[in-house]
Design a protein around this ligand. Structure first.
Ligand code: HEM
Length: 516
């Protein structure tokens, strides 16, 4: 019997030891990447590299990049490197390098480099993941869904929904109950995006159990999806492809595929004059040689029409991005205003003053006159950029300007937006909420890439104007009508939820509302 155990035990121990030695050698090799190139790197550890905070629940993705940025910056260098597991990642901290990478030398970094597997998951073929010519061609068409005249019309629709929001909030106010503000703002933002991009009247505020909410929130909130989102950022896509990795939950994608098919079928059968994002996407699915929309981005060649799956993937990303980022931004803004009552008062005074000029109406023109509101939103997005990542893949060898480093083709580069936004060299006392940082005079003192909550360059957020309008429509309505204080149910000082890609508070933000 003892002999028998020996036969099994000794080879097993041998294999285990060999495996550990192999792993150690492998990691030593990986972790020497930046050193060999003479580039500073914070000390990595096995197995997570520099991302252990992410996997042990100490830091969210935005904080992880911020801390790496501040660490590199503290060494007085222009850039550094770090490791996701064994994967090397480049991080610039010099503003000129960031600017060149993202704007001037965009041709070297046109793609986000994230996992896309359209055969397995058609929904992954959306514009955020799209690359090269395909991305360029589609991206060139989409701005026509967000022109100034359309924005103005959409703001009108948002204002109509403001009364639903206050009616809903009044229920909490009259019962003197604190409100979980993010939960309400998700409903408000979902109504806005469904109305403006898809022409649907939903009133989620009265019916929060709608499937749109259930499936829509899964992507950013549920444990499984948030973990998957993190994996997609940190893991080389060739491994994910090899594993046939699935990002989305089937029930959610089935639901949205059906909804988008129904909307498309309905509009094709009945016609539509909405001239909105959905109309534009439907037009792109028609193979029409007469239609100029099929000219490529150079205006020389022709592009292929979108398949139904490609149509659905675009509709899906606009729906998801449309409600989550803005409701998150409004939530952070209200937290900041509740904890900075003087800023709240100044904002309310401005809203009342400007609206008085417009017969008490919240028009597009009135909103444009609200400078302080603009500064409050800007400052909120500086401290709490809802989508705090800006990945770029280097697609050909690139000599980093002003340095000896040549980035290799395929290197993942990460701009640490939150790091830049909290860099004390750019923002004195960066942790303090101070909207006046964004007055015209103060803005002029900073380099352009010191602030980029919507990214920058040709890949900048396409929904930026829509997201800002939505955020402002919500804030105007709440601050005009309620004095907002923080309930003791809120974790204060605020901490970040360490799951997922979107920046979120740990625990909910609960507010007390007092009708004015
Ligand atoms: C406060 C709200 C928002 C924030 C903070 C935000 C932030 C961002 C950021 C940082 C990026 C990456 C940019 C880059 O890589 O340089 C991005 C991309 C994108 N955003 Fe937003 N976003 C917001 C609202 C929206 C809304 C409302 C929509 C849709 C209606 C939207 C749709 C998109 C899309 C489609 C992309 C991918 C663009 C591309 O790769 O060409 N976003 N957003």
């Amino acid at each position: 019997m003892a002999l028998c155990w020996g036969i099994i035990l000794y080879p097993t121990i041998g294999i285990l030891i060999s495996f550990i030695i192999f792993l150690k050698l492998y990691y030593n090799y990986c972790f020497s990447y930046w050193k060999k190139r003479g580039i500073y790197s914070p000390t990595p550890s096995i197995p997570f590299g520099n991302a252990s905070g992410l996997y042990t629940g100490k830091e969210c993705l935005g904080e992880l990049f911020m801390n790496i940025y501040l660490n590199i910056k503290s060494k007085g260098v222009k850039h550094g490197g770090f490791y996701f597991w064994g994967r090397n990642v480049y991080m610039p901290v010099d503003n000129e390098i960031i600017k060149k990478m993202v704007i001037r030398d965009f041709e070297n970094f046109p793609n986000h480099g994230l996992y896309i597997n359209e055969e397995l998951e058609p929904m992954s073929g959306h514009i955020f993941n799209m690359e090269d010519g395909k991305w360029r061609n589609l991206r060139a068409k989409l701005p026509s869904a967000f022109t100034t005249s359309k924005m103005k019309k959409m703001f009108g629709e948002m204002v109509k929904l403001q009364s639903n929001l206050t009616e809903h909030l009044d229920i909490y106010e009259t019962q003197s109950k604190p409100v979980n503000i993010k939960e309400v703002l998700v409903l408000f933002s979902t109504d806005i995006i469904l109305k403006n991009a898809f022409g649907l009247e939903t009133n989620c505020l009265q019916n929060k159990d709608l499937e749109f909410i259930k499936h829509g929130r899964t992507f950013f909130d549920d444990q499984w999806s948030t973990f998957n989102n993190t994996l997609v950022i940190t893991t080389p896509r060739k491994y994910l492809k090899w594993m046939n990795f699935k990002v989305f939950k089937k029930e959610g994608t089935d639901f949205f595929t059906k909804v988008f098919k129904d909307i498309k079928d309905f509009r094709e059968k009945n016609g539509s004059s909405r001239n909105d994002l959905t109309d534009l996407l439907i037009r792109l699915t028609k193979s029409n040689p007469e239609d100029d929309i099929f000219k490529d981005f150079n205006g020389k060649g022709r592009i292929e029409n979108l398949t139904f799956n490609e149509f659905a993937a675009q509709a899906y990303v606009f729906f998801e991005a449309g409600f989550e980022t803005s409701s998150t931004t409004m939530t952070f803004a209200l937290y900041a205003l509740a904890t900075n009552p003087k800023c709240q008062e100044a904002l309310r005074d401005e809203i009342n003053g400007v609206m008085k000029k417009y017969d008490g109406k919240c028009t597009y023109e009135a909103m444009l006159e609200m400078d302080y509101l603009d500064h409050v939103v800007d400052e909120t997005l500086r401290l709490y950029p809802a989508f705090p990542i800006m990945p770029r893949i280097c697609n050909k060898p690139y000599q980093v300007p002003g340095t000896d480093l040549v980035l290799e083709d395929g290197t993942l580069c990460m701009v640490a937006m939150m790091g830049v936004h909290r860099d004390p060299d750019l923002w004195p006392e960066p942790e303090i909420f101070d909207p006046n940082r964004f007055t015209k005079e103060n803005k002029a003192t900073r380099p352009s890439c010191a602030y980029m909550p919507f990214g920058d360059g040709p890949r900048v957020c396409i929904g930026k104007r829509f997201g800002l309008l939505q955020t402002k429509a919500g804030l105007i309505s709440i601050i005009k009508n309620y004095n907002v204080t923080l309930s003791n149910r809120t974790i204060n000082p605020l901490k970040f939820d360490t799951r997922g890609v979107i920046l979120k508070t740990k625990g909910d933000v609960w507010l007390n509302l007092h009708r004015i």
